[in-house]
Structure formats: structure tokens, C-alpha cells
Design a protein around this ligand. Structure first.
Ligand code: OSB
Ligand code: MG
Length: 366
């Protein structure tokens, strides 16, 4: 495949409600989209880096810079997703920028071949069960109201964001209100240290599916120690940036479940490799999210349909995030989202909406 040019488009997407985590509050997403143009097709890659380097070291302006300065110039004359992955391998880090470029190329490649993301990745289902990630709130009543709305909408699993000072009380309140049958898990986004092990072990009383990333992203050894001090399964998010990280975490006993976010690990090919490794080791995985638009969501839903994704993902409906998505909105039906079946992502941006949220655009001619 020969690339004619790549458009770098920045869009501003206001969130319907502020999303608060242990690392900050998000009120709008500043998103970089890549449109990879070939004579046969156009492919879209959504970069999931956030505005500030608080979730991980990446940030949108940094992604734009590394793409323009290093990644796009390094592409071979003829490309496919695998050759993009190989060409970018010598560059350290910047997995979210790499993922956006690889995904844009993969989308163009699959649209040309008439194959869907799901079929290419090895999806075994045509719809996926969905969970929802609920931010830190100002009060317990406010949290219970929010969780109640999501339960009423049909979400099959609730994830509560936690931090020191907002952990036991919200979990207890949600368990008491919604009962023992509710699938419930928590995500600390690295807000604790091993010194908090006794406090974290108190969560064992609430039968959580898992606790996600309690300790720092580079604390694989401490996570393994924490795993011995609590019964709740430990799931890693930020710590896992590659199949090698996943292998280390499994070997060390740092995680018994892994959250796979394609952006964080450098793309869908690496995400699939982590899935395959986890299946081989009997480690359950689920698909995380980064508040994506319909474009990023389409690919995530396809990935979440692979057989090893045995836990519901953070693949929520469009309306959980945005009043107006840039694609036909993903809508929850019976707690599930349908896996798109059309070529590539199987979904396109709606031009007028996309234009109305665009803040800048740059065309890189090949
Ligand atoms: O840690 O999973 C996370 C959102 C932004 C950054 C990090 C995380 C999240 C979420 C929301 O939890 C997932 C989603 O609904 O897209
Ligand atoms: Mg997380």
C-alpha cells in the first residue's frame, strides 16, 4: 500500500460530565486523529494520549511532535500495519502515538481488502458485554445516583475510580445499595503504595472482581507483594506497555488479570499478542478505554470480541461520554455493544460533525 498523505486533525470533544480520577479531572477531550490516505481507501487512527502527561508520560502535543518529526518520516515506501510496527520499533516509548499511526494504516489496509477489524483480529463474538468506569464524586449520594443511572441503562459491570480517602466508603455504599450480584471493580490509577496494603486488604470484604493498578506503573515487584497481602485479584493497566511487560507481570505474580488498552501498548497487533499470551497462561483480559470517540471505540469493541476477553470492558456507549459523537453513536442494547462488521473500523466520521469539532488540521503530503 502506498500512502498519498496523512492528515493530522485535532478535535475538541466536551464530556457530558467531568470525569475525575486519582490523577486529575477531565472536562473535555483534546484528541488527535490521523487520516491515512491511499489511492484505494482512507484509514482513521485515534490517538488516546491525554492533554497532560498524568495518566502516563504521553500528551497530545508530544504525540503530534514525535509523529511529524520521527514516525511519519520513518515509514517505508510501501506499508501495511506490520511494516509500520517494525519501522517504529527502534524508537523508544510513545506507544500511543505509534498506535494511532499503526491503526490508521491498518484501517486503510482492511478497508482496501474488505475485511473488518474483528475478522482480522480473530473476534469470536458479534457483540460484547459492557461495563462503565465511574469517576470520583463529591459525595456518596451523588455516586449512588450516577451508578444507579448506569445500572438502569443496562451496564453489566461497574468500575469505581478510587484514591486514598475515597475507597472503602464508596465501595461499601455501592455494595449495600445495589447488592452482592452487581459485578463491581475498582481502579486506583497508581494512587497507593505498598504501605497502604492493610487499607487495600479491607476491600476484600466486598467481593470485587479486581483492583486495577493500585501501585505505581513501574512497581511490578511491589504489586506481586501486594497480591500476597490481599484476596482481591490484582489487574494491571499502566504497568503493561508490551507483551514483555505482560510476561514479566504474569511470571512475577504481579497481576492475575490484565487490562488491554491498544493505545497504551502501541497498537492492535501488540494488543492481540498480549491477548494470546494471556490466553496461553490462563490469565483473563478485558478491554480498557481512554474516553474514545466512535472511531477508537469501533476498534476496541472488535478487540473485546476476542475469546480471551472474558471480563466486560470499559467499552461504554457513546452517550456515556459525549452528547454528540463524531460517528453514528454506539448504543447499548441489553448491556452489549455490537461489533462493527463493515470493512476496517466499519464506521465513518460524520463529516459535518467532525468539521464542527475540529480545532486544527495539517496535511502531510508524501
Ligand atoms: O485508568 O482506565 C483508566 C480513562 C482515562 C484514562 C485512564 C482510564 C480511564 C477510564 C475510562 O477508566 C475508561 C473509558 O470509559 O474509556
Ligand atoms: Mg485504569
Amino acid at each position: 500500500m502506498k500512502i498519498t498523505g496523512i492528515e493530522l486533525r485535532r478535535i475538541a470533544m466536551p464530556l457530558r460530565a467531568p470525569f475525575r480520577t486519582s490523577f486529575g479531572v477531565e472536562t473535555a477531550r483534546d484528541i488527535l486523529l490521523l487520516r491515512v490516505v491511499t489511492p484505494e481507501a482512507e484509514g482513521w487512527g485515534e490517538c488516546v494520549a491525554m492533554s497532560d502527561p498524568l495518566y502516563n508520560s504521553e500528551y497530545v502535543d508530544g504525540a503530534v511532535d514525535v509523529l511529524k518529526r520521527f514516525f511519519i518520516p520513518a515509514l517505508p515506501e510501501r506499508v501495511d500495519a506490520l511494516s509500520v510496527k517494525r519501522a517504529l520499533k527502534p524508537f523508544k516509548g510513545h506507544k500511543m502515538a505509534k498506535a494511532a499511526l499503526e491503526t490508521g494504516v491498518l484501517d486503510a489496509q482492511l478497508r482496501t481488502a474488505g475485511q473488518s477489524f474483528g475478522s482480522f483480529l480473530g473476534a469470536s463474538r458479534d457483540r460484547v458485554p459492557c461495563g462503565v468506569s465511574v469517576g470520583i464524586m463529591d459525595s456518596i449520594p451523588q455516586l449512588l445516583e450516577s451508578v444507579g443511572e448506569f445500572v438502569d441503562e443496562g451496564y453489566v459491570r461497574i468500575k469505581l475510580k478510587i484514591e486514598p480517602g475515597w475507597d472503602l466508603a464508596p465501595v461499601r455504599a455501592v455494595r449495600e445499595r445495589f447488592g452482592d450480584d452487581l459485578l463491581l471493580q475498582v481502579d486506583a490509577n497508581a494512587a497507593y503504595t505498598l504501605a497502604d496494603a492493610r487499607q487495600l486488604a479491607k476491600l476484600d470484604a466486598f467481593d470485587l472482581l479486581l483492583i486495577e493498578q493500585p501501585l505505581a506503573d513501574d512497581d511490578l515487584v511491589q504489586h506481586a507483594q501486594l497480591a500476597k497481602q490481599m484476596r482481591t485479584p490484582i489487574c494491571l493497566d499502566e504497568s503493561i506497555e508490551s507483551v514483555e511487560d505482560a510476561a514479566a507481570a504474569i511470571t512475577l505474580g504481579s497481576a492475575s488479570i490484565i487490562n488491554i488498552k491498544p493505545g497504551r501498548v502501541g497498537g492492535y497487533l501488540e494488543a492481540k499478542a498480549i491477548h494470546d499470551l494471556c490466553v496461553a497462561h490462563g490469565v483473563p483480559v478485558w478491554c480498557g478505554g481512554m474516553l474514545e470517540t466512535g472511531l477508537g471505540r469501533a476498534a476496541n469493541v472488535a478487540l473485546a470480541a476476542l475469546p480471551g476477553f472474558i471480563l466486560p470492558g470499559d467499552t461504554s456507549a457513546s452517550r456515556r461520554y459525549y452528547a454528540t459523537d463524531i460517528t453514528t453513536p454506539f448504543e447499548l442494547a441489553d448491556g452489549h455493544l455490537d461489533v462493527p462488521t463493515g470493512p476496517g473500523l466499519g464506521i465513518d466520521p460524520i463529516v459535518d460533525i467532525l468539521d464542527s469539532v475540529t480545532t486544527s488540521s495539517e496535511w502531510i503530503k508524501f
